[in-house]
Design a protein around this ligand. Sequence first.
Ligand code: SF4
Ligand code: SF4
Length: 250
Amino acid sequence: MEHGHSSRVQTFIGDPLSDTPEVPRAQLEEIFADIQGDMRFNHELNGCLNCGICTATCPAAHYYDFSPREIVQLLWTENLEGIYDAMQEKIWSCAQCYTCAARCPFENSPGGLIMIMRETAIKHGMESAKNVLRPFSRVMLKLVSTGNQLAPDMITADGFADWGPNISKVQAPLKILRKAIPMPTLNTTETAWEVNLKTSVELYTIWEMTGVLNQLETIDENLFDVISDIMDEKKQDYQDFVDEQAEADA
Ligand code: SF4
Ligand code: SF4
């Protein structure tokens, strides 16, 4: 039988079960190099028996098409296409509870490996990361601009449609309820609690130095611009305060 000149060896061997479009090999290698190059990687992955104990104890595996065993096997066998495919949806199912890490006989941390994969997805600006994080942009803005996250007056039926009828439980006279809480720092519905200017500026420095803001810029440039403006303003306010104190002490 004549086979002509075409090679029977595929230049790209994709995952036959995946709907994800084929990705150039060089890109897959770059993504895996970033995961494997993370300083936590060798600590979190020591081998894998494929025993499935992690999946048996994983709460997310009960509700989603998701298995930490599968993720660890993809990494352990360096299945680059499978790793890329898992980064399109599955890695975002993990609840980061680390039950798996407590149970694995190899002392692996599937949850920790998934965290590295998530950070790599953000670094590469993957659509999956943008889609997963988009609904949290208001919370992120609140967290970065005030130093704390969900404020009571942000919990509304429109904002949390996925809560269904349970949302009615929080549609109460929040201001009155908050006043009933004894700690004065909680007597607000606009923020979760008050964070002072110095602490805010220290938090900004941590987010800058740890690369959090760079990650934010990759996945949502508009949000990054808004937050940068708020940060600059607060830093200036704090510097003015420090200068005033220095003048008063002089
Ligand atoms: S990661 Fe650990 S618990 Fe999970 S399948 Fe591998 S060896 Fe078993
Ligand atoms: S950390 Fe993630 S993978 Fe591990 S048990 Fe919890 S939800 Fe499952």
